[in-house]
Write a protein that binds this ligand. Sequence first.
Ligand SMILES: Nc1ncnc2c1ncn2[C@@H]1O[C@H](COP(=O)(O)OP(=O)(O)O)[C@@H](O)[C@H]1O
Ligand SMILES: [Mg+2]
Length: 320
Amino acid sequence: MIEVENLTKRYGNILAVDRVSFRVDSGEIVGFLGPNGAGKTTIMRILTGFIPPTGGRAILSGFDIMEKPLEVKRRIGYLPEHPPIYNDMLVSPYLEFVSQLKEVEAKERTREVRRVMDLCGLTEVENRLIGNLSRGYRQRVGLAQALLGDPEILVLDEPTIGLDPRQIIEIRELIKNLRSEHTIILSSHILPEVEMLCGRVIIIHEGKIVAEDRPEHLQSTLKSSDRLFVQVGRAGPEVPESIRRIPGVISVFTEEKIPGGYLIDLERDEQKVREEVARVIVAGGFGLLELKPIRMSLEEVFVRLTTVESGSPEEGGKFS
Ligand SMILES: Nc1ncnc2c1ncn2[C@@H]1O[C@H](COP(=O)(O)OP(=O)(O)O)[C@@H](O)[C@H]1O
Ligand SMILES: [Mg+2]
C-alpha cells in the first residue's frame, strides 16, 4: 500500500509537485496521467527514494520514505524514464549484476534472473549486448531489472514511450500480466493506455491532482454536465440570451470556429431540455441548422480538466 500526504517538491523557484495526496491499495494499478512537465516523474522519483521531497510524506508498505529509505527501496521495482541499463553489458550478466545490487541471495540469483527473463521475453537475447538491442527489447530489460527480487510495488515511468506500435502492445501485455500480483503506479500521457491498464486514474497538471477516479467514472462525471452543439442561421446576442433562460442549461458560449455555432452546457443531457432548446431557437426565428449532443472521450475530459487549471474564464471552477 502507498499513502501520500501533501507531497511537495520545489526545484528553486519551480513548484514541480504541489501538496499531492493519494492512496494506492495493495494489488491496485493506478495511472498518473498528465502532459509533459506535470510532475509525474518527480512524484515517482520521490516515492522511489531518488530525491527527497520538500514537504509532505509518503508511506510505502508501512515504511516512511524519509525514515526508512532502504526498507522502501527493497520493496519497490522502478522503471525510470531513462532505465539504468549498461549498453556494453550482455543481458543476462547485467541482470545478475542488478540482482546482486538488489540483495537477491547468491543461490537464488540464477533462478531469479531466469524468471524475469522468461516473464519479459528476453530468453532469446540473453547473450546479446544490450547496446545492440532494439528500443523495445531495451525497455524489456528495463522492466526486467525492475522485477528482480519480486518487489511488492512497481513504479513504471512512461513504460511505452518511444516504442513502435507493436512494441507498445507487447509491453502493455506484459504489464497486464503483472497486475494481479503487484501494486503498480505507472505514468503516461496516452489516455487509451491508462484506460486499458489502470483501475484508477490520477490526472496531474502543473504539480497538482486535478481529478481522480475510475476511467469510466471520469467520463460519466462529465456526462452529467453534458454539452450540446447548435448552429443557427441568424446569430446574435439574443440567441445565447434566450437559450440561457431554459431550465437545465448551465451556460452557453460561442463556438468561434463555426459561424452561428454555440456550445451549451447542460446539467444533464435530457430529451426534454434538447426539445426545449430546439423550440426556443425555432420560436425566436434564429434558423435552426443543427443540434447535436457532444459526448466527451476521456481525452477531451483530460483536456478540459487541464485547461480549467490554466484559467479559461468561462469554464473556470467547473471541475475544480
Ligand atoms: N532536476 C530538475 N531541476 C529543475 N526543474 C526540474 C527538475 N526536474 C523536473 N523539473 C521541473 O519540474 C516540473 C515537473 O517535471 P516532471 O516531474 O519531469 O514532469 P513529467 O514527468 O510529468 O513530465 C517541470 O516543470 C520540470 O521542468
Ligand atoms: Mg516524466
